[in-house]
Ligand binder design. Structure first.
Ligand SMILES: Cc1cc2nc3c(=O)[nH]c(=O)nc-3n(C[C@H](O)[C@H](O)[C@H](O)COP(=O)(O)OP(=O)(O)OC[C@H]3O[C@@H](n4cnc5c(N)ncnc54)[C@H](O)[C@@H]3O)c2cc1C
Length: 333
């Protein structure tokens, strides 16, 4: 039986695990609805999984025009080759102009594979999106060493694809249900993939993880060497917070890759952020803009980060952090 044709030119992949949508998928729906309204496009939310009817209904309540669902037992768990196969088939069949994904672990795995199969372009880790009146997507990214913004377009191929960091757009309020659910082919043959999933283990977020921590202490390249990294960890421990890093400490091996905060790392939402030895490149700042209170420690009074923080301490972190820890001791019980 032929599939119902999608009327939507702007598709948003709403990733889900165990029937729970990733917030970034919903954030993107809100943005997509705003963008599409100006040029009269319709927005479709793309949902893959198994027994996801309830979630499809929930997504409709955000006011999208369609929820495009592939529901099959082979899609119950995320499996990149299976998801790529289903999405490639659907995109070839329905020809959306734009396909957006969250820059999550799943989205950054899925997006480039899909773009390569479709021979189209993908702008990764975008921090904003614009759509002009001819339907050209302009994907906004930090540019020129992270000190200004650039716009990337994909003029010759379709769909225009982009991954967007979580937490950039606000969650939309539930809107008027005006859409429909359409089903697309979700059939996959696991034997095509050359491997078999034997077991799946899920790692739940723990208190102290960057995304859930109320206090985050982030170390930058100004920490200088691995032996100094304990200053970051000691302060975080004193404040019962989590430890993050900019990219250079990760490259140097002082911190783990999953501790990186920023455009290609995590987006964080702490009540208190303390950035130590960090200059303030936009690549990092986009990951912390939802922090309630920002404190920066830097020996350079002209460091860009001071223009963004609520409280700045100028001086050598090797002096400031130990004395901060000392003075906090009286309050830490
Ligand atoms: C596509 C792309 C994506 C990127 N994604 C990310 C990302 O997700 N996250 C990220 O962080 N970066 C990212 N980057 C890298 C980013 O552009 C910057 O290079 C990086 O954020 C700089 O890190 P930093 O501030 O720690 O180091 P630096 O810019 O080298 O700054 C070090 C600071 O430490 C200060 N300092 C030095 N010694 C001391 C001391 N003893 N006491 C106090 N202060 C001191 C200096 O004054 C300086 O301001 C990305 C880059 C690209 C191209």
């Amino acid at each position: 039986m032929a599939e119902t044709q999608s009327e939507c030119k702007l598709w948003v992949f709403v990733e889900q695990r165990k029937g729970k949508p990733a917030e970034v998928g919903i954030e993107l729906l809100g943005k997509a609805l705003n963008l599409a309204e100006d040029i009269g496009w319709k927005v479709g939310a793309v949902l893959l999984g198994h027994q996801v009817e309830k979630l499809a209904d929930e997504i409709l309540s955000y006011g999208v025009h369609e929820v495009i669902v592939a529901d099959a037992s082979g899609l119950a768990e995320y499996h990149n080759l299976a998801y790529v196969k289903v999405l490639e088939r659907a995109i070839r069949e329905h020809e959306p102009e734009v396909f957006l994904l969250g820059a999550t672990t799943m989205g950054t795995d899925l997006g480039p594979r899909l773009a390569a199969r479709l021979r189209t372009g993908l702008s990764a880790h975008c921090i904003d999106l614009e759509l002009n009146d001819t339907g050209e997507l302009l994907a906004v990214i930090p540019w020129s060493g992270g000190n200004s913004l650039g716009r990337i377009s994909c003029p010759r191929t379709r769909p225009q694809m982009a991954t967007i960091n979580p937490g950039i757009f606000d969650m939309p309020p539930p809107g008027t249900v005006r859409g429909r659910i359409i089903y697309i082919n979700g059939a996959v043959d696991q034997s095509d993939f050359g491997y078999r999933i034997v077991e799946t283990h899920h790692q739940e977020a723990k208190p102290g993880d960057l995304e859930t921590a109320e206090v985050i202490v982030v170390g930058g390249y100004g920490v200088g060497r691995e032996e100094n990294w304990h200053h970051i960890e000691d302060l975080a421990a004193m404040l019962h917070g989590a430890v993050g890093a900019t990219r250079p400490p990760v490259d140097e091996g002082w911190a783990e890759g999953n501790q990186m905060v920023g455009q290609s790392g995590r987006t964080v939402y702490p009540r208190l952020y303390i950035g130590i030895g960090i200059s303030g490149h936009m690549h990092h700042l986009v990951g912390i803009k939802k922090a309630d209170l920002m404190v920066a420690i830097n020996q350079d009074p002209n460091a860009a980060i001071f223009a963004h923080c609520d409280l700045g301490l100028v001086g050598d972190l090797k002096d400031i952090v130990p004395s901060l820890i000392e003075s906090l001791k009286g309050y830490s019980q």
